[in-house]
Design a protein around this ligand. Structure first.
Ligand code: XMP
Length: 199
């Protein structure tokens, strides 16, 4: 199938654009300025811990705007087994492989929904005695987060819809779409829970 046809088929899956690539780029720059201001006082730099795989596109853009010394480490959890969008139990599938003791750590994630993932990452990190732990999320769904978890840096507050694109997936697809979008509800046919969240 020609390249333009493939793009057209992906485009046809999209119900609406929630946040455009231009809006994302502008906001990532602003977030980077905030983060640089906060960490400029640490000449030793920071450790960025990012959560696979949804944060990878955001991470790649963000770090290139940060004029700071940094090490980068990745952690991975499986919370959405198979083609579903309901959070299950968190299983660590890629443990942290870096020493963060006495280091300043910034956790970067794609989206704060219930907060279970970030809470788990932060609590695992705190046991490793870092100098500080802060969190940065591209997206937050206000009203969904359990408890009183407050990220230090937030890109956008969004409504409670299931979003894909810019690293976020449905059934491991759409991560490469440059905008943050909402898919057509009929695509979630095999997963009624996703339909609820997308409506
Ligand atoms: P929690 O509930 O732990 O969720 O804060 C964080 C993780 O859940 C995934 N997630 C989403 N993924 N569209 C997605 O593609 C969404 O709307 C969505 N909401 C939550 C995501 O992996 C995130 O790191």
């Amino acid at each position: 199938m020609p390249r333009t046809d493939i793009i057209a088929t992906m485009q046809a899956d999209i119900e609406r654009v929630l946040i455009s690539r231009r809006q994302i780029a502008a906001r990532v720059g602003e977030l980077a300025d905030q983060i640089s201001g906060r960490y400029a006082q640490y000449p030793e730099g920071l450790v960025i811990v990012s959560v696979l795989a949804g944060a990878m596109v955001f991470l790649a853009d963000l770090i290139r705007h940060l004029p700071l010394r940094m090490r980068i480490a990745l952690v991975g959890f499986s919370s959405y087994p198979g083609p579903a969008t309901e959070a299950g139990d968190l299983t660590c599938v890629c443990p942290l492989d870096i020493d963060v003791e006495r280091r300043h750590v910034l956790v970067v994630d794609d989206i704060l929904d219930t907060g279970r993932t970030l809470r788990r990452v932060v609590s695992d990190l705190r046991r490793m005695k870092p100098a500080s732990v802060r969190t940065c999320v591209l997206l937050r769904k206000p009203g969904k987060t359990e408890g009183d978890f407050e990220p230090d840096f937030v890109g956008f507050d969004i409504e409670d819809v299931f979003v894909v694109g810019y690293g976020l997936d449905y059934d491991d697809q759409y991560r490469n779409w440059p905008d943050l979008v909402v898919l057509k509800p009929e695509l979630y046919g095999a997963s009624p829970a996703a339909c609820d969240r997308a409506s």
